[in-house]
Design a protein around this ligand. Structure first.
Ligand SMILES: Nc1ncnc2c1ncn2[C@@H]1O[C@H](COP(=O)(O)OP(=O)(O)OP(=O)(O)O)[C@@H](O)[C@H]1O
Ligand SMILES: [Mg+2]
Length: 261
Protein backbone atom coordinates (compact mmCIF):
# COMPACT_ATOMS: atom_id res chain seq x y z
CA UNK A 1 0.00 0.00 0.00
CA UNK A 2 1.30 3.44 -0.93
CA UNK A 3 0.19 6.26 1.32
CA UNK A 4 0.78 9.68 -0.17
CA UNK A 5 0.25 13.21 1.13
CA UNK A 6 -0.10 16.07 -1.35
CA UNK A 7 1.30 18.99 0.57
CA UNK A 8 2.65 22.52 0.40
CA UNK A 9 1.76 25.16 2.95
CA UNK A 10 1.56 27.70 0.15
CA UNK A 11 -2.03 28.20 -1.00
CA UNK A 12 -3.38 27.68 -4.49
CA UNK A 13 -0.50 25.68 -5.94
CA UNK A 14 -2.57 22.76 -7.23
CA UNK A 15 -2.62 20.39 -4.23
CA UNK A 16 -6.32 19.60 -4.43
CA UNK A 17 -6.31 19.43 -8.24
CA UNK A 18 -3.46 16.94 -8.01
CA UNK A 19 -5.11 14.92 -5.23
CA UNK A 20 -8.43 14.66 -7.12
CA UNK A 21 -6.93 13.77 -10.46
CA UNK A 22 -4.22 11.42 -9.22
CA UNK A 23 -6.83 9.54 -7.14
CA UNK A 24 -9.21 9.41 -10.08
CA UNK A 25 -6.54 8.28 -12.52
CA UNK A 26 -5.38 5.50 -10.19
CA UNK A 27 -9.00 4.44 -9.67
CA UNK A 28 -9.60 4.32 -13.41
CA UNK A 29 -6.51 2.15 -13.78
CA UNK A 30 -8.25 -0.40 -11.57
CA UNK A 31 -6.44 0.28 -8.29
CA UNK A 32 -8.28 0.39 -4.98
CA UNK A 33 -8.01 4.04 -3.95
CA UNK A 34 -8.99 6.09 -0.91
CA UNK A 35 -8.91 9.90 -1.19
CA UNK A 36 -8.84 11.77 2.11
CA UNK A 37 -9.74 15.45 2.48
CA UNK A 38 -7.77 16.95 5.40
CA UNK A 39 -8.63 20.54 4.56
CA UNK A 40 -11.59 22.32 6.15
CA UNK A 41 -12.05 24.22 2.87
CA UNK A 42 -13.31 20.81 1.61
CA UNK A 43 -12.27 21.48 -1.98
CA UNK A 44 -11.47 17.83 -2.66
CA UNK A 45 -14.86 16.83 -1.24
CA UNK A 46 -16.72 19.37 -3.40
CA UNK A 47 -14.52 18.67 -6.42
CA UNK A 48 -15.56 15.03 -6.28
CA UNK A 49 -19.23 15.99 -6.30
CA UNK A 50 -19.96 15.65 -2.57
CA UNK A 51 -21.75 18.50 -0.81
CA UNK A 52 -19.93 19.18 2.50
CA UNK A 53 -23.00 20.91 3.97
CA UNK A 54 -25.07 17.75 3.62
CA UNK A 55 -22.62 15.40 5.29
CA UNK A 56 -23.77 13.55 8.38
CA UNK A 57 -20.23 12.43 9.14
CA UNK A 58 -16.88 13.78 8.03
CA UNK A 59 -13.17 13.31 8.63
CA UNK A 60 -13.67 15.27 11.84
CA UNK A 61 -15.87 12.52 13.33
CA UNK A 62 -13.31 9.95 12.28
CA UNK A 63 -10.36 11.80 13.84
CA UNK A 64 -12.24 12.39 17.07
CA UNK A 65 -13.36 8.74 17.29
CA UNK A 66 -17.02 9.71 17.02
CA UNK A 67 -17.53 7.53 13.96
CA UNK A 68 -16.16 4.39 12.38
CA UNK A 69 -14.34 4.43 9.04
CA UNK A 70 -17.29 2.70 7.30
CA UNK A 71 -19.69 5.40 8.54
CA UNK A 72 -17.61 8.21 7.09
CA UNK A 73 -16.22 6.81 3.83
CA UNK A 74 -18.28 7.60 0.72
CA UNK A 75 -18.19 5.27 -2.24
CA UNK A 76 -18.03 7.40 -5.35
CA UNK A 77 -18.44 4.84 -8.12
CA UNK A 78 -15.70 2.73 -6.60
CA UNK A 79 -13.39 5.57 -5.56
CA UNK A 80 -13.64 5.86 -1.79
CA UNK A 81 -13.57 9.32 -0.23
CA UNK A 82 -13.20 10.52 3.34
CA UNK A 83 -14.89 13.92 3.05
CA UNK A 84 -14.24 17.06 5.04
CA UNK A 85 -16.27 20.06 6.06
CA UNK A 86 -15.97 23.27 8.03
CA UNK A 87 -15.99 21.42 11.36
CA UNK A 88 -12.35 20.58 10.75
CA UNK A 89 -11.39 24.26 11.06
CA UNK A 90 -11.28 23.96 14.85
CA UNK A 91 -8.99 20.92 14.78
CA UNK A 92 -5.77 22.71 15.76
CA UNK A 93 -7.48 24.47 18.63
CA UNK A 94 -9.57 21.60 19.95
CA UNK A 95 -7.19 18.68 19.34
CA UNK A 96 -3.89 20.55 19.80
CA UNK A 97 -3.61 19.55 23.44
CA UNK A 98 -4.71 15.92 23.05
CA UNK A 99 -2.40 13.06 23.90
CA UNK A 100 -1.27 11.46 20.65
CA UNK A 101 -2.59 14.40 18.64
CA UNK A 102 -0.15 13.66 15.77
CA UNK A 103 -1.37 10.07 15.42
CA UNK A 104 -5.10 10.70 15.06
CA UNK A 105 -5.18 10.03 11.31
CA UNK A 106 -2.89 7.03 11.59
CA UNK A 107 -5.14 5.53 14.23
CA UNK A 108 -8.31 6.36 12.32
CA UNK A 109 -7.05 4.69 9.14
CA UNK A 110 -5.21 1.77 10.74
CA UNK A 111 -7.50 -0.84 9.17
CA UNK A 112 -7.93 0.89 5.82
CA UNK A 113 -6.83 -1.49 3.09
CA UNK A 114 -6.19 0.07 -0.32
CA UNK A 115 -3.56 0.10 -3.04
CA UNK A 116 -3.26 3.86 -2.69
CA UNK A 117 -4.33 6.34 -0.04
CA UNK A 118 -4.05 9.92 -1.30
CA UNK A 119 -4.33 12.76 1.20
CA UNK A 120 -5.11 16.35 0.30
CA UNK A 121 -3.44 18.59 2.90
CA UNK A 122 -4.49 22.13 3.86
CA UNK A 123 -2.24 25.11 3.06
CA UNK A 124 -0.54 25.14 6.46
CA UNK A 125 1.96 23.17 8.51
CA UNK A 126 -0.56 22.74 11.31
CA UNK A 127 -1.88 19.69 13.09
CA UNK A 128 -3.67 18.17 10.09
CA UNK A 129 -0.57 18.33 7.90
CA UNK A 130 1.56 16.78 10.64
CA UNK A 131 -1.08 14.03 11.03
CA UNK A 132 -0.74 13.37 7.30
CA UNK A 133 3.09 13.33 7.50
CA UNK A 134 2.92 10.90 10.42
CA UNK A 135 0.66 8.51 8.52
CA UNK A 136 2.07 8.48 4.98
CA UNK A 137 5.20 7.04 3.39
CA UNK A 138 5.52 9.62 0.67
CA UNK A 139 5.01 13.26 -0.10
CA UNK A 140 4.20 14.92 -3.40
CA UNK A 141 4.87 18.66 -3.31
CA UNK A 142 3.08 20.66 -6.00
CA UNK A 143 4.68 24.02 -6.76
CA UNK A 144 3.59 26.73 -9.16
CA UNK A 145 5.93 27.13 -12.12
CA UNK A 146 7.17 30.49 -10.82
CA UNK A 147 10.44 31.71 -9.40
CA UNK A 148 8.98 32.35 -5.97
CA UNK A 149 7.69 28.74 -5.90
CA UNK A 150 10.53 27.66 -3.65
CA UNK A 151 9.98 30.41 -1.10
CA UNK A 152 8.74 28.81 2.08
CA UNK A 153 9.78 25.34 0.99
CA UNK A 154 12.54 25.46 3.62
CA UNK A 155 10.01 25.33 6.43
CA UNK A 156 8.15 22.49 4.68
CA UNK A 157 11.36 20.47 4.40
CA UNK A 158 12.16 21.23 8.02
CA UNK A 159 8.75 19.91 9.07
CA UNK A 160 9.40 16.77 7.01
CA UNK A 161 12.78 16.30 8.70
CA UNK A 162 11.36 16.77 12.20
CA UNK A 163 8.50 14.38 11.43
CA UNK A 164 11.04 11.83 10.23
CA UNK A 165 13.08 12.18 13.43
CA UNK A 166 10.20 12.21 15.89
CA UNK A 167 7.12 10.60 14.40
CA UNK A 168 7.63 8.71 11.16
CA UNK A 169 11.14 7.61 10.09
CA UNK A 170 9.97 6.19 6.73
CA UNK A 171 8.62 9.48 5.36
CA UNK A 172 10.13 10.24 1.93
CA UNK A 173 9.67 12.94 -0.66
CA UNK A 174 8.41 11.25 -3.83
CA UNK A 175 8.91 14.45 -5.76
CA UNK A 176 8.12 18.05 -6.53
CA UNK A 177 5.44 18.57 -9.19
CA UNK A 178 5.48 21.78 -11.26
CA UNK A 179 1.93 22.97 -11.89
CA UNK A 180 0.10 25.84 -13.59
CA UNK A 181 2.75 25.92 -16.31
CA UNK A 182 2.26 28.29 -19.22
CA UNK A 183 4.61 27.28 -22.04
CA UNK A 184 4.13 30.65 -23.77
CA UNK A 185 5.92 32.37 -20.93
CA UNK A 186 9.69 32.17 -20.98
CA UNK A 187 9.59 33.02 -17.32
CA UNK A 188 7.75 29.77 -16.59
CA UNK A 189 10.25 27.72 -18.60
CA UNK A 190 13.11 29.35 -16.73
CA UNK A 191 11.32 28.82 -13.43
CA UNK A 192 10.88 25.08 -14.08
CA UNK A 193 14.57 24.89 -14.99
CA UNK A 194 15.41 26.70 -11.77
CA UNK A 195 13.20 24.35 -9.71
CA UNK A 196 14.85 21.32 -11.37
CA UNK A 197 18.32 22.68 -10.59
CA UNK A 198 17.40 23.53 -7.02
CA UNK A 199 15.79 20.14 -6.36
CA UNK A 200 18.01 18.13 -8.60
CA UNK A 201 16.59 14.65 -9.16
CA UNK A 202 13.52 15.23 -7.02
CA UNK A 203 11.29 16.92 -9.57
CA UNK A 204 8.80 14.91 -11.63
CA UNK A 205 9.48 14.96 -15.38
CA UNK A 206 5.81 15.68 -15.97
CA UNK A 207 4.82 19.33 -15.79
CA UNK A 208 1.14 20.17 -15.35
CA UNK A 209 0.12 22.86 -17.81
CA UNK A 210 -2.23 25.70 -17.02
CA UNK A 211 -5.47 24.37 -18.45
CA UNK A 212 -8.91 25.91 -18.08
CA UNK A 213 -10.64 22.52 -17.99
CA UNK A 214 -8.72 21.69 -14.80
CA UNK A 215 -10.18 24.80 -13.18
CA UNK A 216 -13.69 24.07 -14.48
CA UNK A 217 -13.96 20.38 -13.62
CA UNK A 218 -14.40 20.79 -9.81
CA UNK A 219 -17.53 22.93 -10.22
CA UNK A 220 -19.06 19.96 -12.04
CA UNK A 221 -17.95 17.59 -9.27
CA UNK A 222 -15.86 15.70 -11.78
CA UNK A 223 -12.26 14.71 -12.27
CA UNK A 224 -10.55 15.92 -15.44
CA UNK A 225 -10.91 12.41 -16.90
CA UNK A 226 -14.69 12.65 -16.63
CA UNK A 227 -15.06 16.33 -17.46
CA UNK A 228 -12.62 16.74 -20.34
CA UNK A 229 -10.83 13.49 -21.18
CA UNK A 230 -9.18 15.00 -24.27
CA UNK A 231 -7.86 18.12 -22.56
CA UNK A 232 -4.24 19.00 -21.85
CA UNK A 233 -5.12 18.63 -18.19
CA UNK A 234 -6.18 15.01 -18.64
CA UNK A 235 -3.08 14.33 -20.72
CA UNK A 236 -0.78 15.85 -18.09
CA UNK A 237 -2.35 14.17 -15.08
CA UNK A 238 -2.39 10.88 -16.99
CA UNK A 239 1.31 11.26 -17.67
CA UNK A 240 1.92 12.19 -14.04
CA UNK A 241 -0.01 9.10 -12.92
CA UNK A 242 2.15 6.88 -15.12
CA UNK A 243 5.29 8.46 -13.73
CA UNK A 244 3.99 8.23 -10.19
CA UNK A 245 3.16 4.52 -10.24
CA UNK A 246 6.63 3.74 -11.57
CA UNK A 247 8.11 5.10 -8.37
CA UNK A 248 8.31 2.38 -5.83
CA UNK A 249 7.52 3.32 -2.30
CA UNK A 250 10.22 5.50 -0.83
CA UNK A 251 12.30 5.60 -3.97
CA UNK A 252 13.26 9.09 -5.01
CA UNK A 253 12.88 10.32 -8.54
CA UNK A 254 16.64 10.75 -8.46
CA UNK A 255 17.38 7.13 -7.56
CA UNK A 256 15.03 5.94 -10.27
CA UNK A 257 16.77 8.17 -12.76
CA UNK A 258 20.10 6.80 -11.56
CA UNK A 259 18.93 3.24 -12.17
CA UNK A 260 18.01 4.11 -15.73
CA UNK A 261 21.49 5.50 -16.44
N1 LIG B 1 -3.09 23.23 -14.02
C1 LIG B 1 -4.08 24.08 -13.76
N2 LIG B 1 -4.62 24.84 -14.73
C2 LIG B 1 -5.60 25.72 -14.46
N3 LIG B 1 -6.12 25.92 -13.25
C3 LIG B 1 -5.63 25.20 -12.23
C4 LIG B 1 -4.61 24.23 -12.42
N4 LIG B 1 -4.32 23.66 -11.23
C5 LIG B 1 -5.13 24.24 -10.34
N5 LIG B 1 -5.93 25.16 -10.93
C6 LIG B 1 -6.91 26.04 -10.28
O1 LIG B 1 -6.19 26.90 -9.41
C7 LIG B 1 -6.86 27.05 -8.17
C8 LIG B 1 -5.98 26.48 -7.04
O2 LIG B 1 -5.80 25.08 -7.27
P1 LIG B 1 -5.98 24.04 -6.09
O3 LIG B 1 -7.26 24.27 -5.38
O4 LIG B 1 -5.74 22.69 -6.64
O5 LIG B 1 -4.76 24.48 -5.20
P2 LIG B 1 -4.49 24.12 -3.66
O6 LIG B 1 -3.02 24.12 -3.50
O7 LIG B 1 -5.22 22.91 -3.27
O8 LIG B 1 -5.14 25.38 -2.95
P3 LIG B 1 -5.35 25.52 -1.35
O9 LIG B 1 -4.00 25.85 -0.81
O10 LIG B 1 -6.32 26.65 -1.20
O11 LIG B 1 -5.87 24.22 -0.83
C9 LIG B 1 -8.16 26.29 -8.32
O12 LIG B 1 -9.15 27.19 -8.74
C10 LIG B 1 -7.88 25.28 -9.41
O13 LIG B 1 -9.03 24.90 -10.10
MG1 LIG C 1 -6.54 22.59 -1.69
Amino acid sequence: MRKVAISNQKGGVGKTTTAINLSSWLHRKGFRVLAVDLDHQANLTTGLGINPAELKMSVWDLLTSQAEFEEVAIDRAGLHVIPSNIKLSSADLVLGGEVGRDYLLKQALQHADYDYIIIDCPPSLGLMTINAFTFVNELVIPVQSEFYALQGLGSLLQAVELTRQRLNPVLEIAGVLCTLFDGRKNLHKEAVEFIRNSFSGHVFETVIRDNIALAEAPSHGQSIFEYAPNSHGAEDYGRFGEEFILLEEGIHVEEKAGEAD
